[in-house]
Design a protein around this ligand. Structure first.
Ligand code: AMP
Length: 281
């Protein structure tokens, strides 16, 4: 396995690989955990050559977000990738990826798709995501790219971008991987103090509870949201919404094409930790 820092070197390797191999891309920001590992496993299973990108993308962080303190653990990540038979880690510097961060061309998803859920509280976030993912697609030119359902709005936006901009790439969604107690794995879980680690369980508890209710026949979205909010009482809920899975628009009555999504903030001594989670109903 090679760890590559420059676009030029990566392109040379991929030019050779592309002659007779299918290429899978797994875009990540590193601090790899079992959630990332499941994406990587899918890629190595379905492709002859897997590239994992590890890049903490500055353009998707807001001015008061955790860009500087985001965990950077390339050595440990490399070991994980090696064990998972990854062919290449692409780990560029911000300067390698952006000639000029403030003056470069950006890919901006539709306003109606970003003016909701995470995009509403993180202005510019999905412009940064769509831009860096487009750049990775153009650099790697993969046959398939793997994204976690954990970041449901991101997945929705990337799928739409691929359709709208005619990228010839198959987007493969991968299910959410959770801790045994239900907490969705996230690189940001490492920030949580002991008390908030316990309180964070309320996200999955709220989601699992309303899924169970919906399976028992309760289809009223407002009722389900109210139940979820009562489980999350006393927490700083940024949003809890039930949407149509395909359009990402609010619905009144749920079907088997519905998704519940939430973001909750946990203030702590070392800064606020913001967690997201979702479940298909
Ligand atoms: P990140 O490094 O947080 O940008 O995540 C890289 C990719 O891993 C994204 O497509 C995420 O949706 C995916 N991912 C992160 N956590 C999980 C998880 N718990 N289960 C499945 N996929 C995940």
């Amino acid at each position: 396995m090679k760890v590559i820092k420059t676009i030029k070197e990566l392109r040379e390797i991929l030019k050779e690989a592309r002659k007779n191999k299918t290429i899978g891309l797994v875009p990540t920001m590193g601090a790899l955990h079992l959630g990332h590992a499941s994406l990587i496993k899918n890629s190595t299973k379905e492709n002859d050559f897997t590239v994992v990108s590890i890049f903490v993308n500055p353009t998707q962080f807001g001015p008061n977000e955790d860009y500087n303190k985001y965990p950077r653990t390339l050595e440990a990540d490399s070991k994980i990738c090696e064990e998972l038979d990854v062919d290449v880690i692409f780990s560029p510097s911000p300067d390698e990826m952006y000639a000029d961060q403030n003056e470069s061309t950006f890919v901006c998803p539709a306003y109606s798709d970003i003016n909701k859920l995470c995009g509403k509280s993180r202005p510019g976030h999905f412009d940064g995501v769509a831009t860096v993912v487009s750049k990775l697609f153009n650099i790697v030119k993969p046959d398939r790219a793997y994204f976690g359902e954990k970041d449901a709005q991101q997945l929705f936006i990337i799928k739409k971008m691929v359709r709208d901009l005619n990228f010839d790439i198959e987007i493969v969604p991968c299910p959410i991987i959770r801790e045994k107690d239900g907490l969705a794995l996230s690189s940001r879980n490492t920030y949580l103090n002991q008390e908030n680690r316990k309180r964070a369980l309320k996200l999955s508890k709220a989601l699992f509870t309303i899924k169970e209710m919906s399976q028992k026949g309760i289809k009223n979205a407002e009722q389900l949201v109210d139940t979820a909010l009562s489980i999350l009482e006393n927490e700083d809920v940024e949003y809890f919404e039930i949407l149509d899975l395909n359009k990402f628009e609010k619905i009144d009555t749920i079907s088997n094409e519905s998704i519940a999504l939430c973001a909750v903030k946990f203030p702590q001594e070392n800064g606020t930790v913001r967690l997201i989670d979702n479940i298909k109903l």
